[in-house]
Design a protein around this ligand. Sequence first.
Ligand code: PXG
Length: 459
Amino acid sequence: MSAPRSLKDWQELDAAHFLHPFSDTKKIAGQGTRLITGAEGIYLHDAAGGKLLDGMSGLWCVAVGYGRRELAEVAARQMNQLPYYNSFFQCTTEPAIALAAKLAELTPPQFHHVFFTGSGSESIDTMIRLVRRYWQLEGQPQRQVIIGRWNGYHGSTIAGASLGGMQWMHEQGLTPMPGFAHIQQPYAFEFAAGRSAEEFGLAAARELEQKILEIGPENVAAFVGEPIQGAGGVIIPPDSYWPEIQRIVDQYGILLVSDEVICGFGRTGRWFGCEYYGTRPDIMTMAKGLSSGYLPIGGVMVGDRVANALIQKGGEFAHGFTYSAHPVCCAVALANLAIIEREGLVDHARDVAGPYLQRRWATLADHPLVGEVRGVSMLGALELVKSKQPRTWFDPRGKVGERCRDNAIRNGLVMRATRDTMIIAPPLIITTDQIDELVDKARRTLDQTLLELRRDGWL
Ligand code: PXG
């Protein structure tokens, strides 16, 4: 193989050898992939000379933005001193201890312990093992069933995808594992059907109670939810939802797990999404913003209820990964958290960037394609509809979202499409001027998409 030179060479090699995640390999090979070559702040650079405002923080992770030299320096220093050692068999490393202690400080008061992993999916699998082990130690080993939600996303391992409610993942020969159940998601725009958001939120939460009674409370181990569903389409539950979920898990004594892989580390203007909603989870799963994506690392915060059982009665917990508590990843995560604290990025999201983004984002509601605008702090979504009154969706669903996303990229903005829902989750460092740029680009994209849809007979 000769060294690739041109963008076309790279694209051909990519098409020949690289199976991309969540991608139609045949289709993207035909179109040619976008080769990202560099990034600075909130902007990406591609090999075609394009500059893109990254409205998705990579994959919801690059909280502190790109090009942070100090993270590279911390990684280099740690690699030179100790590039790898594990934390099995009574060993430990300084960066891992320091990061564990820091997380105990930053997380809600019930958390004093963390189990490190390499990703969000590994955090979910670890959480499932912990939940089942906890009930075994409590003398209730029959409490196996973990309840999630339709259209929730909890990763791509077999267990994570089984707990997740992405039916199109289940349909690809996955055969969800036993021991998982699902309830309806609190997606008011799609399902409220004439009810007020508050009424609908209560009804959606009470599906948990119905499901617990159907399975038998003595068999239910935990309920797991993202505070706001990310990959499912930035689905923001009505305010009535989480308090009712908390009431139900308390009443039946089942564990509450907050999947903070997206909502954690400032995305909602609080350190953790559970703090935004005031829930008291027993376990939190984390990844992404923990290192701003600079290196792969995840973790599971284990609340005192579970940690005490594990530590006092558990003996050896037969679980772990080669890269659990990888010292270089831990050092970089610690330095990333130091940046978030030093620059006040959680407060910036809560008090400055978040409110400004929501104000500007809401102005898109008048656009003829936009059926709903919603958002919390550094998360936003637009629902594209064929008609607002009466509300009709495009048929088939998803094609218009894809077109809108492609137009956004042509306009220098990375937005994501889930079905016909357009999503943003920009880096927490975004300034108000950059928010103006983001929203202007989104409006231009909507205008172009509208013209194209009229031209092509969709409207
Ligand atoms: N839980 C949640 C809530 C997530 O969002 C995971 C677990 C799994 O994390 P890992 O690190 O194993 O990917 C996620 C990941 C998208 C998209 O397109 C979302 C995720 C990952 C990739 C793409 O929205 N979320």
